[in-house]
Design a binder for this molecule. Structure first.
Ligand code: XMP
Length: 518
């Protein structure tokens, strides 16, 4: 619904996804140009195709020569709208329109440089011979399709870019969306703005104005309940709804007893300061009771999910006549739930907050951030003057410290981990490292080790510190924190937190590890 409303007001770009790992990056680059776009699977073309101003075909892990070739329905697109075909898209247009695609003789991964550039005034405007582009393909276009005109080559790839005479169809073998294609964004701008005539009118301010107006239309005088988590997405969603419907928004902030130290109190105060109609519900004891004796990560997640729903349901029933449940779902959650090739994707961990609350709540769902990426959510929040300390917070998992306490959970273990985590996070802030780290936290390990304090032998807990850099949590690398920082932090933890005598630092990337240990 939300996507539909927005879409009618903007010059919209359609990205057809063939399952490339880079498809989301295409959307990000287009949005960075202040142009609104949507990703749809290649075989699910929206009914209102006439309202899209331009179409981009993504790359794909599949081959146009294999049995698993993906056939897009290009009726109403090819020859009728500006079309940019990237990698697989370029090969598809060649292979099925009189050209030829064959396996590459040389490796075509990574860096290449453009030569023989044509159309320097339009498609390659401001892009010069030698410009670095990024290749990632094992097939290559040997012969251009019917009416194909060569626009650029590289050392190893003769047909690196071409257009179709008589159409606004352009095709490129390289990936303009990746950072290492230095002029990739310029190329997308040339195609979308100069050739397709799309307006660059997608800004955080325009998003706020339009969304607030849409929400007012959609919700009228209805009451809405929203679960705040302390995180960026639910907080920004709450602010948008607050702007739209004021006191009819009922926010609940549930303390599951597994939040960071002082988090429940501090964040609740911050929410109240923002003018939100928010109720803090302290259900710590209920969660701890449900977790008693559980040490399997999935069982812990399920127990927390179940109790959260029970608590939320009890509280929502207290609000008379509530009709809607608001959620802070963002665009990657939506895309990841629709696979381009229809194949099942492995469940690594069940993220209980994705997928919403069960049907028995009988509430209609409103998701005002459904069209945004994480960094856009932050920009929207900033344009509503939300505090930096709220918008810049590290991601924190819904099950909280429960999945950072390996093994079973007790109140004492929660206390130890909260103390350790607080020292680590405060030090990151003190050393001005917090904002350059994507996510950080401490993990309580289920091992005791021998130590010596004063002249006494100790046999106490070991904690691991984890700090990663990432853009979306899908891949991540450990952060090279200064030795001196690690030294001081380790000392402070062992000296201050009773029950801990050893600190280790996690130096595993994702993959093969994950960010959380459970
Ligand atoms: P992993 O551990 O899968 O985490 O590399 C990727 C990102 O997701 C967060 N995460 C969760 N968030 N419920 C959540 O809301 C969960 O069950 C959950 N598990 C992991 C994790 O903190 C990281 O940001």
């Amino acid at each position: 619904m939300q996507l539909l409303l927005l879409h009618m007001q903007h010059n919209n770009v359609l990205i057809l996804d063939f399952g490339s790992q880079y498809t989301q990056l295409i959307a990000r680059r287009v949005r960075e140009l202040n142009i609104y776009c949507e990703i749809h699977p290649f075989n699910k073309i929206p009914n209102n195709i006439e309202s899209y101003k331009a179409v981009i075909l993504s790359g794909s892990p599949n081959s146009v020569r294999g049995e698993d070739v993906l056939h897009p329905e290009l009726k109403g697109i090819r020859g009728e709208k500006p079309l940019l075909a990237v990698c697989y898209g370029a090969q598809y247009l060649a292979h099925f329109s009189g050209g030829e695609v064959a396996p590459s003789n040389t490796r075509e991964y990574g860096r290449a440089n453009l030569s023989y550039i044509k159309e320097k005034e339009s498609f390659f405007h401001n892009i010069y011979e030698g410009s670095q582009v990024w290749m990632s393909h094992s097939d290559t276009i040997k012969k251009l399709p019917e009416n194909g005109v060569l626009l650029a080559s590289t050392h190893d790839v003769e047909n690196a870019a071409y257009k179709i005479e008589g159409e606004q169809t352009y095709a490129i073998q390289f990936h303009p969306e990746v950072y290492h294609s230095k002029d990739g964004k310029q190329l997308l701008e040339n195609f979308l703005v100069d050739i397709a005539g799309v307006n660059q009118d997608w800004t955080p301010q325009s998003f706020v104005e339009e969304t607030v107006a849409d929400l007012q239309k959609q919700l009228g005088d209805d009451k809405v309940v929203l679960g705040l988590s302390g995180g960026v997405d639910s907080s920004v969603a709450a602010m948008l709804l607050h702007k739209a419907i004021g006191k009819n928004l009922y926010c609940l902030f549930v303390n599951n007893g597994l939040l960071r130290k002082n988090e429940f109190h501090d964040v609740l105060e911050q929410y109240k300061g923002m003018g939100l109609n928010v109720k803090g519900v302290d259900a710590s004891a209920r969660f701890l009771e449900a977790l008693k004796g559980l040490s399997d990560p999935e069982q812990k997640r399920k127990a927390i999910g179940r109790v959260f729903i029970e608590v939320f349901d009890d509280e929502a029933h207290e609000i008379t006549d509530v009709k809607w449940l608001a959620q802070g779902t963002i665009y990657p959650d939506v895309i990841e739930s629709v696979s381009a090739t229809g194949g099942p994707s492995a469940t690594i961990k069940s993220h209980h907050n994705v997928g919403g609350l069960p049907d028995f709540m009988k509430l209609k769902v409103v998701e005002p951030l459904k069209a945004l990426f994480k960094d856009e959510v932050r920009r929207v929040g900033a344009s509503m003057h939300m505090e930096k300390s709220l918008l810049g917070r590290h991601p924190f998992p819904g099950p909280g410290l429960a999945i950072r306490i390996l093994g079973d959970i007790t109140a004492e273990k929660v206390r130890i981990l909260q103390e350790v985590d607080a020292v680590f996070i405060n030090n990151l802030k003190k050393w001005n490292l917090y904002d350059s780290v994507w996510q950080a936290g401490a993990i309580l390990l289920p091992v005791n080790s021998v130590g010596v304090m004063g002249d006494e032998r100790t046999y106490e807990k070991c904690v691991a510190l984890r700090a990663v850099e990432s853009t979306d949590g899908m891949t991540a690398d450990w952060v090279n924190l200064p030795y001196e920082f690690l030294q001081k932090t380790s000392n402070e933890i062992i000296n201050k937190v009773k029950g801990v005598n050893r600190v280790v630092y996690d130096i595993s990337s994702k993959p093969p590890a994950t960010i959380e240990w459970e």
